[in-house]
Design a protein around this ligand. Structure first.
Ligand SMILES: Cc1cc2nc3c(=O)[nH]c(=O)nc-3n(C[C@H](O)[C@H](O)[C@H](O)COP(=O)(O)OP(=O)(O)OC[C@H]3O[C@@H](n4cnc5c(N)ncnc54)[C@H](O)[C@@H]3O)c2cc1C
Length: 424
């Protein structure tokens, strides 16, 4: 099968990339699970935007400070200056954000020096990704295939010709394309405690390792300070940073505060780990006592419901929270057009690393970064379009992939460990 562009993954990055490609190009989108099962759907807090030019320097400085100034300044500038256009598009595609009077309402999260985050209750990701998915489903040039796992790239002379993958029944197929875009999200599925969907296991990183595609900062992994502590196994439920942004405080077992809750995520996470170690506890507490009940119910209805389901009424009592793996700052090394080191192969969203986040991502910059650089990939493909060289058809040997989940998991975790050791 040959198409023009293959996009692997249908979170915000994959979907928005597809929508920015020309309508006359055939696009094949493949996703490992159901289309609604991406981390993009889980995003709670919101999406940053440049409110006005007066906030430019402050937005830039907050992003760089959170990233320990290891950010790529050019990527940061591109992200911030492109943000109004992205929001305009999202609204055009049908996403709704909280409003105040004639304009948008803005909220604030940790390490932001002013409110610049657009939100839709505490389900901003669902609102944005749902709107993009609906639009993609209406486009005749885009075919979306669910429950199809990509396991390999077809490459010749360091040029990507397509992908190999299998459906739910374990039947393998190869798809060829002039361009391939990897948008496979994060790596949380490799960790015991993570806020991510379990099927997000860094498959693109494993494929990149197999094909000597350049990776960057793969040991930069963000641990979110506040996920709901339960004895249950599975995905950890996030308590959005915007809850702290609106006034929630962290308490130890004696009911004492021990950290400024609005510092960058890595700082707050370290403080919580220290406190748990000092007290010998499995979690700390988050109290929303400073947030009016009405605000909790209108701004955080999803968090309210989820906590109630496991027995906590956040309008009346503190909840136990613990840090969990949350976000991958590193990934496939890409330039400002989202090009990887392999010709005709792009990477966008959380699986890519264009340096925006440096060593630690600022809250609510992820959706924005994914969208901005997915669009840039689409525009770059469009402006430079040429047909790929399909000189050979490959024969798939399913035996080669028989134990790939275990092998890929090990390969990625080993590579992260190696990078960590090198940097220490
Ligand atoms: C609980 C939670 C809350 C968050 N809140 C916010 C927030 O408020 N603001 C913010 O900016 N960011 C937030 N984030 C981060 C943000 O949601 C993600 O970084 C972003 O959505 C990533 O988008 P993506 O398109 O790169 O990946 P995803 O949305 O994760 O999509 C990945 C896609 O790739 C597919 N896939 C993976 N592997 C394969 C494979 N081998 N073959 C085929 N398909 C594959 C998946 O099925 C999926 O469709 C949050 C994340 C979580 C988990």
């Amino acid at each position: 099968m040959k198409t023009d562009v293959i996009i692997v993954g249908c979170g915000v990055a994959g979907l928005y990339c597809a929508l920015n490609l020309p309508k006359e190009k055939g696009i094949l989108m493949l996703t490992k699970s159901k289309a609604e099962e991406s981390d993009s759907f889980l995003a709670q807090g919101g999406i940053c935007v440049l409110r006005d030019e007066g906030d430019y320097e402050s937005f830039r400085e907050d992003t760089m400070r959170a990233g320990h100034y290891e950010n790529n300044p050019e990527s940061v500038d591109i992200m911030i200056s492109s943000s109004p256009k992205v929001i305009e598009d999202l609204v055009r595609f049908g996403a709704e954000f909280e409003r105040e009077g004639d304009g948008f309402a803005y909220t604030k999260e940790g390490a932001h020096s002013s409110p610049r985050i657009l939100f839709h209750e505490d389900e901003t990701g669902k609102e944005i990704t749902g709107a993009l998915l609906r639009t993609v489903r209406e486009r005749e040039n885009i075919t979306l295939v669910e429950n199809f796992t990509v396991v390999d790239l077809i490459a010749q002379d360091n040029s990507c010709l397509g992908i190999v993958g299998h459906n739910e029944e374990g039947e393998y197929s190869a798809f060829y394309a002039d361009y391939t875009v990897l948008a496979t999200g994060g790596i949380g599925g490799l960790f015991k405690h993570s806020t991510n969907y379990r099927h997000l296991t860094g498959d693109s990183v494993a494929m990149a390792l197999n094909h000597n595609i350049k990776l960057k900062n793969i040991d930069y992994i963000q641990i979110h300070p506040t996920t709901l502590y339960t004895e249950e196994k599975g995905r950890e439920f996030l308590i959005s940073e915007s809850v702290r942004g609106e006034g929630a405080i962290l308490l130890n077992s004696k009911g004492e505060r021990f950290v400024d809750e609005l510092q960058p995520r890595d700082v707050v996470t370290n403080a919580i780990h220290e406190e748990m170690k000092k007290e010998g506890t499995a979690h700390v507490w988050l109290s929303l006592e400073n947030i009016p009940k009405e605000e909790i119910l209108t701004h955080f209805p999803n968090i309210y419901r989820q906590c109630l389901d496991v027995g906590y009424d956040i309008t009346k009592e503190s909840i136990p929270v613990v840090p969990s793996q949350h976000y991958f700052m590193g990934g496939i090394d890409v330039d400002k057009y989202s090009r990887s080191s392999m010709d005709r192969l792009y990477a966008v969203g959380e699986t890519s690393c264009n340096g925006v986040h440096g060593k630690n991502r600022l809250a609510s910059n992820s959706l924005l970064e994914s969208l901005v650089f997915a669009r840039r990939a689409a525009l770059h493909i469009t402006d430079n379009y040429s047909e790929g060289q399909h000189t050979q058809e490959i024969t798939i040997d399913p035996e080669k992939y028989i134990d790939y989940p275990t092998q890929y998991r090990k390969a990625v975790l080993d590579a992260i460990e190696k990078e960590r050791n090198t940097n220490e």
